[in-house]
Write a protein that binds this ligand. Structure first.
Ligand SMILES: [Fe+2]
Length: 194
């Protein structure tokens, strides 16, 4: 374990403070990406400083809110193994850093308001992914729990977001209940998603 991280019990609090400063500055996505790269540079050490939830899981896992105001939202996202979560948007830029396991992303682009599969990416422990405000993605954790920090440049709970049925890709308003209803507990295949 890194001594610097091990001795710092408020590493997430300090990270939030830096995110808030970055959010009001120039080129926040680039600066936040660099800040996230520093946060997850030693992923096992970060994992040892962040507690693992033990109750309250949905089929998708656990979402823990660390901080939210009008400028930035910080979540810990603990994704359960082999649950295919549904496509959704955020309507704001996001930066994701993984500190345990692998977060698999399926991406979609809008074509005449219909989401069309547009690729995939695996984000492993220690890696960082930035998403633009028009991004639509669906995440999963192949084979093992994935734990990640998700930062959004705005108040995520304040916007009317869209969720997509994973089978039909029909759009509907995002709610936690509907998100869970669209989760599919099945082995996360590596090649079936376009
Ligand atoms: Fe998301």
């Amino acid at each position: 374990m890194s001594d610097a991280l091990a001795s710092d019990k408020s590493i997430l609090d300090e990270f939030v403070d830096r995110c808030r400063t970055i959010a009001s500055g120039d080129d926040p996505v680039a600066a936040l990406t660099r800040e996230m790269e520093r946060l997850v540079a030693d992923p096992s050490a970060l994992g040892e400083t962040v507690s693992v939830p033990t109750a309250g899981a949905s089929i998708a896992g656990f979402d823990e809110i660390v901080f939210e105001d009008d400028s930035v939202t910080v979540y810990l996202v603990h994704s359960a193994p082999d649950v295919v979560q549904p496509p959704h948007d955020h309507l704001m830029s996001a930066v994701i850093g993984v500190y345990e396991g692998r977060e698999r992303h399926r991406f979609f682009r809008r074509s005449r308001d219909v989401p069309v599969p547009s690729g995939t990416a695996d984000v492993d422990a220690g890696d960082v992914l930035a998403l633009g405000p028009s991004a639509i993605h669906a995440i999963s954790a192949p084979g093992a729990w994935c734990r990640a920090v998700h930062v959004y440049l705005g108040s995520l709970s304040s916007v009317d977001r869209t969720l997509f049925d994973p089978d039909t890709l029909d759009a509907e308003p995002m709610t936690a209940e509907r998100y869970d209803a669209h989760c599919r507990h099945e082995p996360v295949r590596s090649t079936s998603w376009g």
